[in-house]
Design a binder for this molecule. Structure first.
Ligand code: 5GP
Length: 217
């Protein structure tokens, strides 16, 4: 019997490379489904509707809230971001691990609904690396880098709310370590309730059928 999938949240500082790690996890391993969020922000160059995000208006976003279609949603800077619940529930039932790449407020909301969700925070190997990655190819202004570091400072306050940290030194290695953890977590009792119940019922039935047989201890 396939264990129920893990609901996995991946967060991390802006610039830490969590998108690359998630991409590596999805492309090098099987058994995962990546949740595509809705956002009210405009697509960045190269981003595709339906692949990176579903790009919708604030009005559409508000209607989805009213219809209860989000598993969680949050404001981030000037925009709304939300996880459509239907896809997540369906893929978990199919036995896939569902990955949500979301920020910390959303992560905490999911944890309240799904206490068994696995919360992972991606860390840089050291501060210098984070600063260099934030600076990127030098296209960011000093102000933007400062603003992102300020946001990182606020986010760093919440790291202990997560279950695991993984250091993104080399993205593929980091993805492989996460993969090994998630495979192990499939052995949790909480992921195998249906199987446990099935065996328990079979034992109970056998016990009842043989209640009067004194040769069975
Ligand atoms: P960006 O605009 O850079 O793509 O995303 C900004 C932040 O929003 C990132 O930290 C990203 O992980 C987070 N985010 C993306 N989708 C969702 C979502 O559905 N819910 C929440 N709570 N955060 C999200």
């Amino acid at each position: 019997m396939t264990p129920k999938g893990n609901l996995v949240i991946i967060s991390g500082f802006s610039g830490v490379g969590k998108g690359t790690v998630v991409h590596s996890l999805m492309s090098r391993h099987t058994g995962y489904a990546l949740s595509v969020s809705c956002t009210t922000r405009a697509p960045r160059p190269g981003e595709k509707d339906g692949a990176d995000y579903f790009y919708i208006t604030q009005k559409e976003f508000d209607s989805m809230i009213e219809r209860g279609e989000f598993l969680e949603y949050a404001r981030y800077v000037d925009h709304s971001y939300g996880t459509p619940g239907k896809y997540v529930k369906q893929k978990l039932e199919e036995g896939l691990d569902v990955i949500l790449e979301i920020e910390i407020q959303g992560a905490m909301k999911v944890r309240r609904q799904y206490p068994e969700a696995v919360l992972i925070f991606i860390m840089p190997p050291d501060f210098e690396t984070l600063k260099n990655r934030l600076a990127g190819r030098g296209s960011e202004t000093a102000d933007v880098i400062r603003a992102r570091l300020k946001r990182a400072a606020a986010e760093s306050e919440g790291i202990e709310q997560y279950d695991y940290i993984f250091i993104n030194d080399i993205a593929d290695d980091c993805a492989d370590r996460i993969h090994r953890l998630l495979r192990s977590l499939r052995s949790r009792t909480s992921s195998n309730r249906a199987f446990i119940e099935k065996i328990r019922n079979q034992i109970e039935e056998f016990r009842k059928e043989n209640a009067n047989d004194s040769s069975i201890i």
